[in-house]
Design a protein around this ligand. Structure first.
Ligand code: GYE
Length: 334
């Protein structure tokens, strides 16, 4: 057999092998990344606690939406203690079933180490409800309110409630001092209160947002001074506690002293309708659908979600009238 024929045969064998190899690779498509669905999601949800009507509505949102989507939800009640949230993080980081961790933060700092460990473990982390002080590379997104803007709305509402009052002295009953919701509502109020000459003559936080503490704080304010025209309370429960203290002191809330609260829960609406609460700045607790949708995008490698998705929310006033407020309340879920 001549050399050239040998070469031709060898070449033919090589081409055949190459084509066979190609056809083999064509027969088995390259591996494609898995597409996650909600049924593939196991969420470790670190909730603050059960301190208010808002919190109850927020928890319900996560339970109900997980059920409707077929998401496996592992719920942890932190009893409003940051140390419990760190424990929960470690628990969910070590849980091989959990691929998403959702945090409603009690405080704003102290989470860096567990966030880094969660990232190293390949867990998606979504912040819901409250912002924290942490590098944004350590979580996928934050879905929650602009509490500073809420505080500014509270100041404008108080200015309107006191527009016919010569006195503009306001006392503040703050939420838990570690919570971004309290920190930012206080800050926002102070940014706008000067627009109408309001001064904050006393401020004190209710640890854990406890309304019993809130009522005691208001009782002490009233014992110290009768020269109070307004109360700025960081949620409905604290506003209602203040109203109860005002009435116990023989004064009329909505007439002698104006009260502004936050959350716009069903209870808050009842006090708006009675005229005892002057204004209620809404804060949306029904965040689960947005959180779960973002987490699913994260699992599927979609990084199109911004680092903060602000909640859409309004405000309500006693001046809208009982009938209007009742008709609004009849349509609300919390
Ligand atoms: O206003 C309060 C709850 O973070 C917006 O926390 C939430 C706040 C809410 O305790 O009722």
């Amino acid at each position: 057999m001549t050399n050239s024929r040998t070469i031709r045969i060898a070449a033919a064998i090589a081409v055949t092998a190459l084509l066979a190899g190609c056809s083999a690779s064509a027969a088995t498509p390259p591996a494609t990344a898995k597409t996650y669905t909600y049924k593939d999601m196991t969420v470790g949800f670190i909730q603050t606690g059960s301190e208010s009507g808002w919190r109850a509505a927020n928890t319900s949102s996560f339970n109900e939406d997980a059920k409707s989507k077929g998401i496996t939800l592992k719920f942890y009640d932190s009893q409003n203690k940051i140390e419990n949230q760190i424990t929960a993080f470690n628990q969910f980081i070590q849980d091989p079933q959990v691929n998403v961790i959702v945090l409603a933060a009690v405080g704003t700092t102290g989470y860096d180490d567990v966030l880094k460990q969660a990232k190293a473990a390949g867990k998606v982390v979504v912040l819901e409800d409250r912002r924290i002080e942490a590098d944004s590379s350590l979580y996928y997104t934050y879905i929650g309110s602009d509490f500073n803007a809420e505080g500014q709305k509270g100041a404008k509402a108080m200015c309107d409630l006191l527009k016919n009052s010569t006195g503009k002295k306001v006392v503040e009953i703050g939420g838990d001092q570690a919570a971004s919701a309290a920190i930012d509502r206080a800050k926002g109020f102070r940014e706008k209160m000067g627009d109408c000459g309001i001064t904050v003559t006393a401020t004190q936080s209710a640890p854990g947002w406890d309304p019993v503490q809130g009522k005691a704080i208001m009782e002490a304010y009233l014992k110290n001074s009768k020269d109070i025209q307004g109360v700025y309370a960081h949620n409905d429960e604290l506003a209602i506690a203040a109203i109860q203290a005002i009435e116990a002191a023989g004064l009329t809330p909505g007439k002698d002293i104006q009260v502004v609260g936050f959350d716009a829960t069903a209870n808050g609406f009842k006090y708006l309708i009675s005229g005892k609460l002057g204004a209620d700045i809404e804060c949306n607790p029904l965040l689960a659908p947005q959180v779960y949708e973002a987490a699913l995008k994260a699992l599927n490698g979609d990084n199109s979600v911004p680092k903060w998705v602000p909640s859409q929310e309004g405000e309500f006033f006693a001046a809208q009238g009982a009938a209007t407020l009742q008709s609004i309340l009849d349509t609300r879920k919390y």
